[in-house]
Design a protein around this ligand. Structure first.
Ligand code: GDP
Length: 447
């Protein structure tokens, strides 16, 4: 599948980042150097990569990130955000005029890019949105192209306007628009001729159409399999005829993905749709955020990170940070901490966010044990069975106290021992993280 190789490489780099409790500037720089290589190998435009790495580095080497509790996650989050922004941030809809006013769309692209197929796919999309599209066959050089458009139009239940190969494209387009007016079509899609390579005649013809006809949207179809060529083609078309957006085809294939990441940055024009197969239904709206998640192989992890940011109570975290500083962290705080975990949707939903446990991490295939939530409840029961003094001073927990607590909570004494041990470990671990105080104060990641 598309992006597989890039995705694998990035996930490996992130696995290393996530596994580290603390990050140095050198760690981040090394990781970003690897990200840079991975992007270049995926055929992302060199200038785009350079700017991208610079933006990520500027943000990632800040104090907030390095001293947060989960710096690895923070860096990944920044990479994700910059990647979304690289692809245009928002989804761009093709602007259509309202009511019965006709929107004229000109499709352009090199031969073989998938223009004719995409034209029919797009007509299907408009139709499903309640529009009445008309396809106009303006490729007068290849009778086969006209026939292909006719067949695809028929499959989509969309009329195809054709005047054969003996008229010029401008006249055909004009006649098609007139036909649309007479028959209440409100979108006219012009399927123009492509060439094997960018050439002057083709550009001149497209310019001519735009001079003679009020084209509302010029959409370029490019083949993602051609990598940087696709980007160069997009830049040239934009320069010569002006384009409003790009449809990137064949993303279902084994493409390395560079075009998807470079087109917006190089041309300033958004990707509107992506072709995901040969069938006429295989056209998907382009979502920069979903595409970035897919490339980074992150799934829902990012949502969980946002959730954590939103859910953890600022004041509580601040207080906990202060307590840790003074090594006063006790079982009452442990209870608060567990409460926060529950607020975030339980153990299962936060598992992926913990360093080394992310979807791309070593524990990729780990599932949450069924009894994880049950363990949480038992832990709570144990703590509730402690006296106020014991909760505040865990050090006084001798065997006879532990025995009493175990009976009170209805668990075996070994469970109490395990919890006390875990608690000690957690306390130690947290003390080893010098960034926690600043992270907590800033209201940043505090898991
Ligand atoms: P045109 O010369 O630009 O009009 O290209 P065509 O529409 O004839 O498409 C060229 C070939 O690419 C055809 O075999 C299409 O079925 C195929 N094609 C177009 N879009 C996609 C896509 O998104 N995925 C795949 N796998 N094939 C596509």
């Amino acid at each position: 599948m598309a992006f597989d190789s890039l995705s694998d490489k990035l996930q490996n780099i992130f696995k290393n980042l996530r596994g580290k409790g603390r990050l140095t500037e050198a760690d981040v720089k090394t990781a970003l150097k690897e990200v840079k290589m991975a992007l270049l190998e995926a055929d992302v435009n060199f200038k785009v990569v350079k700017q991208f790495i610079k933006s990520v580095e500027e943000r990632a080497i800040g104090q907030d990130v390095m001293q947060s509790l989960t710096p690895g996650q923070m860096v990944i989050k920044i990479v994700n955000e910059e990647m979304v922004s690289l692809m245009g941030s928002e989804t761009t809809e093709i602007a259509l005029k309202s009511g019965n006013e006709i929107t004229v769309i000109m499709m352009a692209g090199l031969q073989g890019a998938g223009k004719t197929t995409t034209t029919a796919k797009l007509a299907g999309k408009f139709k499903s949105k309640g529009r009445k599209p008309l396809l106009a066959a303006c490729d007068i050089y290849r009778p086969a192209a006209i026939e292909q458009l006719r067949i695809n139009g028929e499959k989509q239940g969309v009329e195809v306007f054709s005047m054969g190969t003996n008229n010029n494209p401008v006249d055909i387009a004009k006649a098609a628009i007139q036909h649309a007016k007479n028959n209440n079509f409100n979108v006219v899609i012009l399927d123009t001729a492509g060439r094997l390579h960018v050439d002057e005649d083709m550009m001149a013809e497209l310019q001519h159409i735009k001079q003679e006809i009020a084209v509302d949207q010029t959409i370029l179809v490019v083949d993602s399999m051609t990598g940087q060529d696709a980007v160069n083609v997009a830049a040239t078309f934009n320069e010569k005829i002006g384009i409003d957006g790009v449809i990137l085809t064949k993303l279902d294939g084994d493409t390395r993905g560079g075009a998807a990441l470079s087109i917006k940055a190089v041309t300033g024009k958004p990707i509107l749709y992506v072709g995901m197969g040969e069938k006429l239904s295989d056209l998907e709206q382009f979502y920069p955020d979903r595409m970035a998640s897919r490339i980074l192989g992150m799934g829902d992890v990012l949502t969980l990170i946002e959730k954590a940011e939103a859910q953890i109570d600022e004041e509580q975290a601040k207080k906990m940070g202060e307590k840790l500083k003074k090594a006063e962290f006790d079982f009452n705080d442990f209870l608060d901490y567990m409460g926060q975990i529950k607020n975030m949707g339980g153990i299962g939903s936060i598992l992926n966010m913990l360093p080394g446990m992310g979807l791309g991490g070593q524990m990729k295939n780990m599932t949450v044990p069924d009894d994880a939530e049950d363990n949480l409840r038992r832990t709570e029961a144990i703590i509730y069975s402690m006296t106020a003094k014991e909760r505040a001073n865990p050090d006084i927990l001798n065997p006879s106290r532990k025995n009493r607590i175990a009976k009170g909570a209805g668990v075996d004494i070994s469970e109490v021992n395990r919890l006390v041990k875990q608690f000690d470990q957690m306390k130690k671990m947290m003390k080893q993280m010098p960034g926690i105080m600043k992270g907590a104060k800033k209201g940043r990641f505090r898991l």
